[in-house]
Design a protein around this ligand. Sequence first.
Ligand code: NOJ
Length: 543
Amino acid sequence: MSEQSMANVPGADAQWWQSAVVYQVYPRSFSDLSGDGVGDLEGLIDKLGYLELLGVDAIWMSPITRSPMADHGYDVSDPRAIDPLFGDLETFDELIRQAHDRDIRVTMDLVPNHTSDQHPWFSAALGTAPGSSERERYIFADGRGDNGEEPPNNWTSVFGGPAWTRITEADGEPGQWYLHLFAPQQPDLNWENPEILADLETTMRFWLDRGLDGFRIDVSHGMAKPAGLPDLEHPAEVLRHTDDDPRFNRDGVHEIHRAIRRVMDEYPGTFNVGEVWVSSPEAFAKYVRPDELHLGFNFQLATATFDADEIRAAVDSSLQATASVGATPTWTLSNHDVSREVTRYTPTGAEAEGLSSERLLAIGTNRARAMIMFELALPGTVFIYNGAELGLPDVDLPDEALVDPVWENSGHTDRGRDGCRVPLPWEGAEPPFGFTTSDAPWLPLPAEWAALTVEAQLEDIYSTLSLYRQAIELRYARLEFSGDTVEWYGAPDGCLAFRRAGGLICALNASPFPVPLPPGQILLVSTPLEAGLLVPGATAWLI
Ligand code: NOJ
């Protein structure tokens, strides 16, 4: 039996996630069967055959739980119900059943740092007096200034503006303030209160008992807040993702992860991956100690430019961090919060001078193809964001189409993340390319995507989709991909080459010149060789 087909034999491989390919479904944008312009669970079930063809082991769904959608699901008003926009519990159970039948495991977001302001707990907190047990579930504080008119400290929200909002008390007077590290509709929970963990445990068991295979834990570096909520000593932009930001990455968070892990350990074969935005590898490693998260999202390749030194440094520091605690490395090029890799790798500035927009996009696409092969050659778990396998770029949406709260909350200075969340093009020659039967998808698909639809790419052996399929298949089928180590080879300037213990050689040309390949038999190249040379922006696998 191949490693892949063993995946869902209960108990056969409880550590399956250590070398898995996990596909992130952004449910709003994946496939809409109800025809309301927003993706749903029926749509996802309908496309499971596609995911099986792609060859992924598991999916991670961004939130599908009940939410007023102020942050498109990351504002949860009932963590143990499916939002009607996406379906219901019955559809969820059907998804699990059909996905498991196809050997695809299913994981989804868990959002422990905050709830929606429409969560019954928050309404109860607003309806009671300061100091009540209902208020103790969140972080309420009196304001500064003579009349409490100043926020309790100078923290800013990640989405722009202050991290505090003042409420009106039951008597109609301006009252206390509550903390929200994200939108005002996302009040932070008070993790000092044991009720919060108890409720999260109930939520975890609720889904795991229904057959869910794990969680992606939102803002895993959040939750714990420092005693006394001290002011930020530097501007938030300077502090963000550094270890000195008092809003994140406090020591207390690790005890929370240990408690979460104890529940997961009751369900062998499940795993958690945390969204861990911290800067130093040492800080990252703490989250993936044996009794904390199984995996941590490693954003180093999602933030590195297409530069050999940067890429190598990202790989080395990631491997060192995970090896220091015996954890599994993870790799990811993009997700629903960051720019898509095709766009990130598209030349700008001096490098772009004199090149047409078509040529620039082709360069970005080739580099993205090279990087997925580079990633899939590394040991560990690979996360793919839906649409990356089609080579989708970000979409430059008009102002009136923007719906990310970041756009509003930043006073229209930050365009937010909608550009990387545009729905997937499935088939046909015109928008919305089979994503929905509605003529108003929640974000508009551009006409230029006609050549990028699944239908257009499936039968084309040179398409990005075909490259993904071949690469994922080889990664499973070939023993040369075994071993935990990455041994760097000498390579021409601006290039990288490494060897896996099993014998695979991966060569990446990030230089502007064609280069010779290391000796060996070619398994796959991301862009055809020219005159026997690896072209700029290409990766080759050799054995
Ligand atoms: C991280 C999620 O990935 C992002 O989409 C969300 O806005 C924030 N956490 C707040 O939940």
